[in-house]
Design a protein around this ligand. Sequence first.
Ligand SMILES: [Zn+2]
Ligand SMILES: [Zn+2]
Length: 364
Amino acid sequence: MSWTVVGQDAAVHVLTAAVKNDRVAHAYLFAGPGHVGKSLAAMQFAQLLNCAAEGPDAPCGECRSCEKIASGKHPDIEMVGIGGQCEDTDHPDHSKDNSRDIRICQVRRLERVISRAPYEGKRRVVIIEPAHALNGAMMNPDVTAAPVAALLKTLEEPPDGVVFLLVTDQEEMMPATIRSRARRVGFAGQPRDLIEVTLRTRWGAEPDDAAELARLAGGRLGWAVAALRDEKLLTSRATVLDKCETLAQSTITDRFAAASTLGSAYSRNRADTQATFELWQEWWRDILLIAAGREQQVVNVDRLDTLRPLAAQCAVPAAVRALKAIADARQQLIENASPTLTLESMMLALPVLRANAVTSRLRR
Ligand SMILES: [Zn+2]
Ligand SMILES: [Zn+2]
């Protein structure tokens, strides 16, 4: 079988060479945009490290170890993410308590797990995803720093046979203390042609669907595959972009109302709200591209009819300001700023793309 992750040859090459040359690092940072294959690559690297086959056939995907890892049942593969169980008896199951970060108790549990030798594998592999969620544990003022210090020391010098895979699409949010302890493996977006071909050949998409999804995917094969399987994804994308279009033309009253709604949505579900802003950034990037005369690079090609007249009212620097405002807001939210205040100032910074008396008075 060997690797099935698509379009990440550079990363696969680095990881395969490390095993071949017996130079596997203690910790790797899998960094790059979301939905481009980082999680799959982490799983397959865990398979490679434990596969019964060797050489170009590994990971074979068929041996007992590969199968157990693929089905999430290998006792030596430890997944750490937001939520999940810890060993503190007075704690609830954190997957049901609205956890937003990886908790310090999960880090403590991890320390205990890796201190034991692997049960049956060659190596114990710890996959931390999203790794930037470690910030919660790192910055928690309520607990002693001991578990954090222990994690940092472990990353530097894990027990024999332990490999850490830190997976993140927000690398810049990772503390330098953690980043510096891991070897970086970069993942890039996949080319549109490759996404289109893969959708047709591997996922059985009709040619027209494959072409459209590949265009909308913005270099993210994983998103295209998910949208192919679940039409709801395209519908919710449409809802988010409709709102973005409306807001770009709205008065400040409507924008503040939206800021308040989005602020409470963020308190309930951080990931969904961040995904919304990702789409907004794409939309404003399209405005920028059209304003700059590079319409052929637009991602939301199905929306050109509404993008064009709005871009005609938007100077390039204004579109750049909009992109910066959204990026800044996303960053501040991650750093735990007040959601409503953050989103209100973002709304103020977004240009108003409709020339009428009310909006032009508010334009700064
Ligand atoms: Zn295998
Ligand atoms: Zn706990």
